[in-house]
Design a protein around this ligand. Sequence first.
Ligand SMILES: Nc1ncnc2c1ncn2[C@@H]1O[C@H](COP(=O)(O)OP(=O)(O)OP(=O)(O)O)[C@@H](O)[C@H]1O
Length: 456
Amino acid sequence: MASDILVVDDEIDIRNLIAGILEDEGYEVRTAADSDEALAAIGARRPQLIFLDIWLQGSKMDGLQLLDAIRAQHSTMPIVMISGHGNIETAVSAIKRGAYDYIEKPLKADRLLLAAERALEASRLRREVESLRTKSGEFQDLIGNSAVMNQLRSTIEKISPTNSRIMIMGPSGSGKELVARTIHKKSLRSEGPFVVVSSASITPDKMDEALFGAEAKPGQDPSVGALEEAHGGTLYLDEIGDMPLETQARILRVLVAQEFNRVGGSQKVRVNVRIISSSARDLQEEVTEGRVREDLFHRLSVVPVRVPALAQRREDVPMLIDYFLRQTAENQGLPRRIVGEDAMAVLQAHDWPGNVRQLKNNVERLLILTRDGDPNDPISADLLPNEIGAIVPPLSSQAGGEHIMALPLRDAREIFERDYLRAQINRFSGNVSRTAEFVGMERSALHRKLKTLGIA
Ligand SMILES: Nc1ncnc2c1ncn2[C@@H]1O[C@H](COP(=O)(O)OP(=O)(O)OP(=O)(O)O)[C@@H](O)[C@H]1O
């Protein structure tokens, strides 16, 4: 996506010259002759960079006043001043007031392009640092080598470079947002912003403003909404089913018309944004029950992507654990640890209703709890929190401890074998060969055993 640059200068020749040089390099350029036009252009859509003439003759505000006015509303907007020959001092004072750089007249194409590149790069880096900071280093590769994860990865490769809208479905904590970030990173918009709007963290009455922004009210600054913020990049709508129906209707209108009004505003804002949305619930059901608009659902899920629950890809658990152990050790300055085989078996057999997020939290907790132990000792199963449970899930009620004591050995053993093998089969996602290898039986013998015990 080409960056959107606004050139503000009262001299038409200068405006055209700068616009021509920038457009030749593939930038998208808009121009303004005075402060009113400039503020209107910024109001219509926030640019990614502004070239601003210091003098600005015949304008309500001169360049420095306009600089202050823009920065008051958009404190992080990169602005490069255009300075006349001999007023370098003013240019320097503009930098003190928050301009990013200045270029001198007569203009030189290479200096102009260099200034544009640097300012855009600095602003991109600032966004990246911010997003890394807020995510506290959470951006990471998609870990996992199971068949379903490999399938997911190849889907991501195919759909990322297209501009199509994507609906990601999967249970909470399974990695939907990470998949969305990966798609963005591999798309042609990767240099643009990735903006998240999460229904969980915004109250319904604030949702419209969060998405569309709001026009300035007396005594208040205007607010830039997520759609505008995501111009040139990707907007991730987390839990679309939790958005108020009126907001859904407004999103639909944006998708149809490609433009929208800020809350309380009458001016149309045009943006170029790819929308990726997500849902942890069955959206078809949400549609049937009237919580999601059917027309919106069809427009948003041009390409549906499913992220499987962790319990459906247990093979990935050891790799994820290893990854989180390394990551946590690095982030917290703790020694690296390894997980013992007994603990690994328990962790792999667990059902993880909170999916990868729950696994990650547990690994972090384990590493912190065992920080005083000998780093060379593998973390053993007895250190796992109770809720993770033992490898044999709580025995079915009719086979509780006391009952077992009332049974002959043969029957008690059968109950144990059934629970044990069921858990092992689960752990290896139904793969009999790998289960047989682990429990130390011939494949055919295990088959017979499973049949006798009535395990499908
Ligand atoms: N395959 C994976 N490899 C590495 N980390 C992962 C993977 N899947 C998820 N994670 C990590 O697990 C945590 C939860 O993932 P994420 O937020 O993407 O899930 P989600 O499905 O969007 O959750 P929710 O529905 O609650 O919004 C994040 O810290 C994420 O980085």
